[in-house]
Design a binder for this molecule. Sequence first.
Ligand SMILES: *[C@@H]1O[C@H](CO)[C@@H](O)[C@H](O)[C@H]1NC(C)=O
Ligand SMILES: *[C@@H]1O[C@H](CO)[C@@H](O)[C@H](O)[C@H]1NC(C)=O
Ligand SMILES: *[C@@H]1O[C@H](CO)[C@@H](O)[C@H](O)[C@H]1NC(C)=O
Length: 349
Amino acid sequence: MARPSMLLLLLVASFALISVADEDPAMIGRFDQWMIKHGRAYTNAGEKQRRFEVYKKNVELIEEFNSGTNSYTLTDTKFADLTNEEYRAKVLGLGAPGRTGRQAPRIEEVAPVTIPEKGSDSDDGDLPKEVDWRKKGAVVVVKNQGSCGSCWAFSAVAAIEGLNQIKNGKLVSLSEQELVDCDAEAVGCAGGFMSWAFEFVMDNHGLTTEASYPYLGINGVCNKAKLNETTVSITGYKNVTVNSEADLLKAAAKQPVSVAVDAGGFVWQLYGGGVFGGPCTAQVNHGVTVVGYGETNSTGADKPPEKYWIVKNSWGAEWGEAGYIRLQRDAGVPTGLCGIALLASYPVM
Ligand SMILES: *[C@@H]1O[C@H](CO)[C@@H](O)[C@H](O)[C@H]1NC(C)=O
Ligand SMILES: *[C@@H]1O[C@H](CO)[C@@H](O)[C@H](O)[C@H]1NC(C)=O
Ligand SMILES: *[C@@H]1O[C@H](CO)[C@@H](O)[C@H](O)[C@H]1NC(C)=O
């Protein structure tokens, strides 16, 4: 006799859930507005209801987070109708084993002798207090990798675009799709590494432009005729010392730098702006580009300046701070916050 009544209870409970959702006009209105803003359409009412439930949970998470004291805020980004698992599967893309079975770069966590003191500026040396390569015209508009794990290509390309402008005075948007299709080491949308992208450009004696080989966001067949269009070339690339935000700072003062981070958490998924201070791990899974650094102005004794990295992402300009995230610098962890000092590299011309 216990069984039918339990079943009934379950049924009642699930009806109750749906009717609660239906009776939440403010949330439904917000979801509808969000759908319009992000041009979202669902195949049927059931799917819309499922997405609404996910969205609602995310909004609750956002409101709870934003009611606390944090250096950044969360918002219902374009990923707000995805569970964190779906988000992780969709928009990252660092680190699949190579097509040729090549070993992934070793990501070492070398324990340092001394852990840098939080907020210490002892190692900044004579470097400028802030650098923003966007203001110097060395950063192409924020791009969008779509549902393709090609972050590694975007990260490397942004670093090459930056160096080309700094060296040759020309800001040219370059092709990620050429890397996705033609880099035999990587597996296109299934992942890759920035170092492999740099090696491809070196071996190919250059990379063509975005205009000539536009981004499609799918694994395509390599357009071999385009390999001859070596618009911008590099002679090599360098790795930044592992676990050294000081060396990363030196590199970033000279040019945009490719870095890897852990961007898997809901706090990245729903990042709305401000100096991101975690939580995140050092298990890096996403390639992005450091295009500068700086610090906030102190706004009183209880609000000391916060140092940050200016990080260019490839999720479109509608995510974060117009496509960027400011990530806390010298956060007091050897790997750098989110592992930013673990797998940093930059091209050489
Ligand atoms: C950079 O580091 C990776 C290991 O993480 C290594 O495979 C690669 O050869 C290094 N490249 C250079 C140019 O030192
Ligand atoms: C690239 O150019 C070389 C000579 O400039 C030529 O031999 C080769 O066939 C070209 N390859 C393609 C795919 O167009
Ligand atoms: C800090 O203040 C200076 C001048 O007072 C200003 O130029 C700068 O833009 C401010 N920085 C930030 C991050 O607000």
